[in-house]
Design a protein around this ligand. Structure first.
Ligand code: AR6
Length: 178
């Protein structure tokens, strides 16, 4: 695990499964526009949460790239799920701006719910094709920019599925330190 303190707040990278973050209040879903189960993170989140999650989300769909919406977490061990639609790399251009928008909107939405902790997967870095180095850079730069001005969120965790993604995110994390 890699960890950096930023103005008294913590940013960390761990290897693991986003559905198993039981010490975190909000988990972020790398959603599809229809807020339906699908594959990857969305598939894992919906199957762990149960069918009530898709039911609750349906009236909020479709969402657009960069948008974030919030639901309860159903059978997940968290309070809320924030669903973000990342950009499809090379299609939703400029992809870096849409991706930054996802992180910014998710962080601000979590903060508005007065929670202290949020966990992100590597949004867009799977089925949507965003190169992991670039995805990590956008994620860290946006957190560095937004986190200091949030009132409630004090811990941001990136949960990476594979060892090499965890290395890339951890290396990038070390560059945003104070
Ligand atoms: N926990 C943490 N990370 C995971 C997990 C997990 N359980 N499962 C996969 N990852 P993706 P996207 C990693 O494809 O690129 C879906 O089908 C994965 O290795 O879930 O934003 C939706 O329905 C990768 O690094 O999200 C959408 O249509 C990262 O999470 C579309 O894919 C993101 O991979 C969204 O694509």
């Amino acid at each position: 695990m890699a960890q950096v303190e930023l103005n008294g707040k913590t940013v960390e990278c761990v290897r693991g499964d986003i559905t198993r973050q039981d010490d975190i209040e909000v988990v972020v879903n790398a959603a599809n526009a229809q807020l339906m189960p699908g594959g990857g993170v969305a598939g894992a989140i919906h199957s762990a949460a149960g069918p009530g999650l898709a039911e609750e989300c349906q009236p909020m769909a479709p969402i657009r790239p960069g948008e974030a919406v919030i639901s309860s977490a159903h059978n997940l061990p968290n309070q809320y799920v924030i669903h973000c639609l990342g950009p499809v790399y090379g299609v939703d251009e400029p992809s870096d701006q849409w991706l930054a928008e996802c992180y910014r909107n998710a962080l601000e939405l979590a903060d508005s719910k007065a929670v202290e902790s949020i966990a992100f997967p590597a949004i867009s870095a799977g089925a949507f094709g965003y190169p992991v180095e670039g995805a990590a850079e956008v994620a860290m730069n946006t957190v560095k920019q937004v986190l200091p001005r949030l009132e409630n969120v004090k811990r941001v965790r990136f949960v990476l599925f594979g060892a090499s993604d965890e290395q890339v995110f951890s290396r990038c994390l070390s560059t945003i330190g104070p």
